[in-house]
Design a protein around this ligand. Structure first.
Ligand code: ACO
Length: 427
């Protein structure tokens, strides 16, 4: 027997196996703990709990390391493409040239939406948040693709995965077009995944849209940086929803709903709004003081992370991408200068040093997305677009795991104990 962990409770010693992965902290297998002791473990927020085993993404938060299938995010962002990363996340290995060609072709053949879905958009108010539209439309896909609903069939799961990856850019671009009252642009299959998305977002039928290679490259890199992030809140939501055998499109809609929150994917929108509110570097100390004030709910958006207690490696690439795009476009933005100054001041402040609060991926992403021309409300929708591959890869991994069970946490009950019902006239 390998290493075990001894737990002493109520005068009783129980031994539980210690399990090791390929790298990272070992885990104590507590699956039998309730049967052994009659006790549950308590870990709201899952700060010490591994909810599954996974071979997709590894994060070392103390060292600021992020690996997809073993490959460092910096190398993927610099040398790979989003299509290649999608293949890698779904299949476990980098594709050969032919495999990549076939995969990209397959994805490009699934980009169109059923025309009835286009009608669905007109039920929304024009000022609807794109994430509200995304939740609705992606959930509605389940009503259109009943042929990929048998989650026990790996072939159908793969088709559903391809459909989701392919249709997300179309769905997100249509959410944007709807909000500004412009006609929807149909996908164009001779463009790259990212070029096609840019055209569907910024093109109009009246003119030929020429994809700017600098923007295309930057956008592709932004997608890579958001592709997966192991068991974060939205991915865990997708896994939990999927653990009941639910329809994959509905599960991804659940992930989108979770991502929307400002503590998660919504932070990119909140971070840029905050930088605009700060305005000029002279106002930074005031906002730093507010972030440190226990009586003020204000937090520095785009700062801090549950797992990274070091610089988020995605923020490093994002900051560098902002510089590259600004240089290529020959533009500057005072908000970027404010962000750099804010980072410098925060990283030298004892509060942020002691709590290990560093910029996360969302700190710089809003600046670049705004420079490309996206309104802030689209930022989280772009995150959802890119994260879809991570969600479907994790969902696939979970369903194909023979040990998979419905996710069903327990609780520490603190409510009333049993009591008799009192009729209303006696209350
Ligand atoms: N500004 C100021 N103080 C902060 C910040 C912040 N951004 N983040 C954490 N803290 C402080 C907390 O007040 C807390 O202080 P305390 O120990 O004195 O009570 C301590 O640091 C730990 O914070 P927790 O909220 O307990 O840490 P947790 O791991 O639960 O939260 C989170 C992580 C939600 C990301 C948090 O840092 C935060 O709210 N950041 C701002 C929002 C944000 O940028 N979210 C994006 C995350 S990345 C992503 O989803 C892609």
């Amino acid at each position: 027997m390998g290493e075990t962990a001894k737990i002493s409770v109520a005068g009783k010693d129980v031994e539980n196996a210690v399990m090791s992965g390929t790298v990272g902290p070992d885990v104590i297998d507590i699956r039998k703990l309730y049967a052994q002791t009659g006790m549950f473990t308590y870990d709201p927020g899952f700060t010490s709990t591994a909810s599954c085993d996974s071979a997709i993404t590894y994060i070392d938060g103390d060292e600021g390391v992020l690996l997809h299938r073993g490959y460092p995010i910096g190398q993927l962002a610099e040398k790979s493409s989003f299509m290649e990363v999608c293949y890698l996340l779904l299949n476990g290995e980098l594709p050969s040239k032919d495999e990549l060609g076939t995969f990209s072709h397959t994805i490009s053949r699934h980009t169109m939406l059923h025309e009835q879905l286009a009608n669905f958009y007109s039920g929304f108010r024009r000022d609807a948040h794109p994430m509200a539209i995304m939740c609705g439309v992606v959930g509605a896909l389940s009503a259109f693709y009943a042929d990929s609903a048998d989650v026990t069939d790996p072939y159908q799961r793969m088709i559903a995965s391809h459909r989701l990856i392919a249709k997300m850019p179309t769905i997100a671009a249509m959410a944007y077009k709807y909000s500004i009252g412009q006609p929807f642009m149909h996908p164009k299959n001779d463009l790259s995944y990212t070029g096609n998305f840019l055209r569907m977002t910024f093109g109009v039928p009246a003119e030929e849209y020429v994809v700017d290679p600098v923007i295309e490259k930057a956008m592709d890199r932004i997608f890579i940086l958001h592709a997966d992030h192991e068991q974060n809140a939205s991915t865990s939501t997708v896994r939990l929803a999927g653990s009941s055998g639910a329809n994959p499109f509905a599960c991804i809609a659940a992930g989108i709903a979770c991502l929307w929150g400002p503590a998660h994917g919504g932070a990119n929108e909140a971070a840029l709004n905050m930088l605009h509110e700060i305005g000029t570097p002279d106002k930074i100390p005031e906002y730093i003081a507010r972030a440190k004030d226990k009586n003020d709910p204000f937090r520095l958006m785009g700062f801090g992370h549950r797992v990274y207690k070091n610089y988020d490696p995605r923020a490093t690439v994002m900051q560098q991408t902002v510089r590259e795009v600004f240089k290529a476009m020959n533009v500057s933005d005072p908000v970027f200068d404010t962000a750099l100054k804010l980072e410098e001041i925060a990283l030298s402040d004892p509060y942020f040093i002691e709590k290990k609060l560093f910029p996360n991926v969302d700190f710089y992403s809003g600046i670049i997305l705004s420079a490309i021309g996206f309104p802030t409300t689209m930022f989280t929708a772009l995150f959802a677009l890119a994260r879809t591959v991570g969600w479907v890869a994790q969902w696939n991994e979970m369903i194909s795991d023979p040990q998979q069970k419905i996710g069903r946490p327990r609780q520490l009950y603190t409510g009333a104990t049993e009591r008799d019902y009192v009729p209303v006239e006696k209350r």
